[in-house]
Design a protein around this ligand. Structure first.
Ligand code: 5GP
Length: 202
């Protein structure tokens, strides 16, 4: 039977480059699975139900939360997001290492329920740089940028609760660092016999 998989929680303030870094990570570290969250946020163009998210209405979300169906859930930027407990358990029990792309509130809840979870925070080099990137992206109004920056400052103040912090100053370097962290934690938990063999020959 495959050993139980590892929950890998990745959080970042918006604009820190998390989506690109996670995509790179999956190219470099094969065999990772995603946890597909439930959300009350409407789908964006190009998103489909069951792929990026399970899109549900608030009543369905609240019923699932009341029934204890979520491993964690939180209100993020005005919408509800949660990780299905049963789906995550099934992935871990099958032996898959699972990426949870969730916010800081959710990360702390996962860490309590799954003490073996590895928490990785992706951080922009500074709030000034994040401000510059959000403006350069050109997709948000000044008010939205202000709100994202306030949220980012709040989230960055929680980075010390994570096991690993990857600063995304230059994409290539941050991608390599993230892959190295994930390879290390996967190796440390899934190959005890090869680790023992290495130690024996040291
Ligand atoms: P977006 O709506 O842009 O896809 O995601 C917004 C934020 O919600 C991101 O920070 C993302 O990490 C977070 N998020 C996505 N799914 C979950 C979830 O299941 N639980 C929590 N707590 N946060 C989530």
């Amino acid at each position: 039977m495959a050993p139980r998989g590892l929950p890998l929680v990745i959080s970042a303030p918006s604009g820190a480059g998390k989506t690109t870094l996670i995509r790179r990570l999956c190219e470099q570290e094969p065999g990772l699975e995603f946890s597909i969250s439930h959300t009350t946020r409407p789908p964006r163009d190009g998103e489909s139900d069951g792929v990026e998210y399970h899109f549900v209405d608030e009543a369905a979300f609240r019923a699932m939360a009341a029934a204890g169906g979520f491993a964690e859930w939180a209100l993020v930027h005005g919408n509800l997001y949660g990780t299905s407990f049963a789906a995550l358990e099934e992935q871990l029990a099958r032996g898959s290492d699972v990426i949870l792309d969730i916010d800081v509130q959710g990360a702390l809840q996962v860490s309590q329920r799954f003490p073996e979870a590895v928490l990785i925070f992706i951080q922009p080099p500074s709030l000034e740089e994040l401000h510059r990137r959000l403006e350069a992206r050109g997709s948000d109004s000044p008010e939205v940028i202000e709100r994202r920056l306030r949220n980012a400052a709040e989230e960055m103040s929680q980075a010390h609760r994570y096991h690993h912090v990857v600063v995304n100053e230059r994409l290539e370097r941050a991608a390599a660092e993230l892959a190295a962290v994930v390879a290390m934690v996967r190796g440390a938990t899934t190959q005890p016999s090869s680790r023992a063999a290495t130690a024996a020959t040291d």
